[in-house]
Design a protein around this ligand. Sequence first.
Ligand code: TRP
Length: 454
Amino acid sequence: MATPTAEREQWGSRLGFVLAAAGSAIGLGNIWRFPFKAGENGGAAFVIIYLICIAFICLPYLFAELALGRNSQKNPVGAIAAIRKKTPWTLVGGLCVLTGVFILSYYGVVAGWAFGYIFKGFVAPAVESSEYFSSFIADTAVVLPLFALFMLLTISVVYGGVEKGIERWAKVLMPILLTLMFVVIIRAVTLPGAGAGLDFYLNPDFSKIDGTVVLEALGQAFFSLSLGMGAMITYGSYLPKRENLLVSGGYVALFDTGIALLAGLMIFPAVFAMGQDPSEGAALVFVVLPNVFDAMPLGTLIGAVFFILLSIAALTSTVSLLEVVVSYFVDETTWSRKQSVWLVGGFTFLVGLPSALSQGGSDLLTNQISLFGQTGFLNIMDYIWGNLALALGALLLSIFVAWVWGTRQAVEELQIGADGMFSGTLVSVWTFFLKFVCPLVIAIIFGAIALGVI
Ligand code: TRP
């Protein structure tokens, strides 16, 4: 049973949407995943490719998701079906929903770590941070309750619905996070030896670029902007027609990219100042930042506040992941929002268990499985769903919007509420990017990697 459009919830204000969508975009992707991916893939060279991907692929594609969402007023599956009924394209919507469950399943685990780290400075002030982190994430009795708790928090926000749940929280919390990041950056760049980190982060060495670096950068760009699995279709579906999609979408991309770049500025100077290895992977932020906090006056307190805010940033992202899946069940089945939230949330927790156990909790899941050059269940999931599935989803959705729905329809939707700012050359440029650049570049990267060319 589809919910009638007239009853669909909407955001309360423009600021509310921008902050909620930015809240979805800004999360562990910016502060945890971006620095560690950059560290593993050559630093500044990765950052440059990442920025190119954001500007030329993700931004045009973001408008396509928003236009499709607002036009159809539906979840990803419903949005596609609203345009082409009973075609295999609906399966792409299915891929979106599935990707949502899988990303949430391991993202929730990492979010649980961030949550647990709020207390680290108080319970283990003098312990060496990389040892502390390894034993922390291996301790099932700690990690599982934290993961469960984080899923419950997510469930309770999504339970409250669009305006009262998601929007209200995003408005208060995002500005505080930004302020605190500046405090940490100032400490990090003034540490002795920070210069080498700035050099690694800002001075590109292009010989480091290969196919994996490009795919990782593209995957990270989609991941960071919450693209490729219909989160922006879903959030766009709650937007009123008077909204200017270009301006709102532009703000979201700007905030998200800004925060990622700042996160790098926060991490890399400290990594080098502390003599650590930038390519140590998923542990990077959790090992480096506590060291920085230890080197600050009031560090314990600042560290606690920082991880509170990181947990909140993660929460506004997990909320959007859950919301996509829930909106699918609410729109397309007879389940109520309450039922959907509990069932999907509970199921995702079960799917996340192997990820939670993959950091030492279970040796099989930690060391003995590897795929696509990734070792450990969580890393494999992140590679498959956070890189491959998002890039594939974006490839298929951009083809769907550009070639099946048609750019003319999409342009018309984008023009509503845009006060004439979307016309002339801008329209031609956008159309060209969506029709050719987005799908071709993604397809070429996939093809080249499959053939082992790059
Ligand atoms: N973008 C979020 C982050 O950077 C994660 C996220 C939320 C996401 N919703 C998404 C990623 C949808 C991909 C698709 O932390």
